[in-house]
Write a protein that binds this ligand. Structure first.
Ligand SMILES: [Mg+2]
Length: 320
C-alpha cells in the first residue's frame, strides 16, 4: 500500500515545521498549507488521506474549514483532526460537533498525535473498503435488474417486461383518452432460414432485426421480443392509421437489409399487424394484443411481407 498523504493546515511557521517533522518521521507524505483557503483547495484537488487542521488561521477559522471539508462531496470522506491550543471541553465538543473526527490539544505529545492519526486512517481505510463493496453490490444489482427485463438473444425487452409496460401504457391511454398503437411483427419463413443457413445465421437475423427495430423508428418507445421470431412494438400517443408509416419504413428497411451470414441476394421479409386505441371494442390490454396478433395473421394469409390493420372487432371474433 502506498504511503498515506497528510495535509497540515497551520499558519505558525514554527508549529508547522514541528508537526511536519513528526508526521514525516512516521513515514507519511506531507502537504502544507499556511491558511484555510489554500488548504481547502489542496484538499479538493490532491489525493489527501487525512487533514491536520489548526483551529486559529489568518483567513478562516479551522471550524469553518472543517465544515466546508465535511460538506463537500469531494472531501467529506477525509478524516480531520483539529489541532489547537484551546484545550477546554467546550472547544473539544464544538470541534467534534462541526464534524472533526478527532481533536488534539497543543502542545501534544508526538506519540499521541501519531496514534490518533493511525486510528483515523484505519477507520478511513475500512470506510473506503465498505464503500467499494457497496458500489460493487449496487452495480451487480443494476446488472441483475437489467437482465431481468432483457431478452438475452436480442437485447430488446422480454415479454414479461413488455406486459408490465403495456399495462401502464394501456391504462394511461384509456384514462386520458389517448391513442396507443400496438404492432405485432413476425419474420416470414423464419424456419427455412434456420433450416437452410443454420441456427447461428437465424440468431443473427433475430438480433439484426432487433437493432433495426431499435434504430429505425424513433416513435417506438417500447420494442420487445414476444416469442421465437415474433416482436411487439408499442407506439404511445399514436393512432393505428398513423402507425402505418413507421411500420412501412420498417418493412422496407428489413427487406433492404443485408444480413450477416446470409447470401447477399437472400431477402428477409416480415409481416406486421397493427391494432390500437381509440376503439370502444377494446376493453383490455389483452384485447389490444389479440387484435394486433389477428391482424398479423391476416397479413400472413394475404401473402406476407405486408401490413394489415385490425378492425377492432377481432378480439370478439377470435373468441368464437
Ligand atoms: Mg494558528
Amino acid at each position: 500500500m502506498s504511503k498515506a498523504t497528510i495535509l497540515i493546515i497551520e499558519d505558525n511557521p514554527l508549529q508547522a515545521k514541528q508537526t511536519r517533522s513528526v508526521v514525516e518521521s512516521a513515514g507519511y507524505e506531507v502537504l502544507m498549507a499556511e491558511n484555510g483557503g489554500t488548504g481547502f483547495k489542496l484538499a479538493k484537488t490532491q489525493r489527501i488521506d487525512l487533514v491536520l487542521l489548526d483551529m486559529v488561521l489568518p483567513d478562516f477559522s479551522g471550524g469553518q474549514i472543517c465544515q466546508w471539508l465535511k460538506r463537500d462531496e469531494a472531501t467529506h470522506a477525509i478524516p480531520v483532526i483539529m489541532l489547537t491550543a484551546k484545550g477546554s471541553v467546550e472547544d473539544k465538543v464544538a470541534g467534534l460537533q462541526i464534524g472533526a473526527d478527532d481533536y488534539v490539544p497543543k502542545p501534544f505529545s508526538d506519540k499521541e498525535l501519531l496514534a490518533r492519526i493511525q486510528a483515523c486512517l484505519r477507520i478511513k481505510m475500512r470506510e473506503d473498503e465498505l464503500r467499494g463493496v457497496k458500489d460493487q453490490l449496487e452495480n451487480q444489482l443494476k446488472d441483475v435488474e437489467k437482465m431481468a427485463i432483457t431478452d438475452a438473444g436480442t437485447g430488446l425487452f422480454n415479454r414479461r417486461h413488455f406486459n408490465e409496460l403495456l399495462d401502464k401504457e394501456f391504462s394511461r391511454a384509456k384514462r386520458f383518452n389517448e391513442p396507443l398503437s400496438c404492432l405485432m411483427l413476425d419474420i416470414d419463413h423464419f424456419k427455412s432460414i434456420n433450416d437452410t443457413y443454420g441456427h447461428p445465421a437465424g440468431d443473427s437475423v433475430l438480433s439484426e432485426i432487433a437493432l433495426l427495430l431499435k434504430g429505425a423508428v424513433r416513435m417506438i418507445e417500447v420494442a420487445a421480443r414476444y416469442g421465437g421470431e415474433e416482436f411487439v412494438l408499442l407506439l404511445p400517443k399514436t393512432e393505428p392509421k398513423e402507425a402505418v408509416k413507421p411500420a412501412t419504413r420498417l418493412l422496407e428497411s428489413i427487406s433492404a437489409h443485408h444480413f450477416k451470414g446470409l447470401p447477399p441476394d437472400r431477402v428477409i421479409t416480415v409481416s406486421i399487424g397493427i391494432a390500437g386505441l381509440p376503439d370502444p371494442l377494446m376493453a383490455t390490454k389483452d384485447d389490444l394484443v389479440k387484435c394486433a396478433d389477428f391482424a398479423l395473421y391476416k397479413a400472413k394469409h394475404a401473402g406476407r411481407n405486408r401490413i394489415e390493420m385490425s378492425d377492432g372487432a377481432e378480439s370478439e371474433k377470435r373468441q368464437v
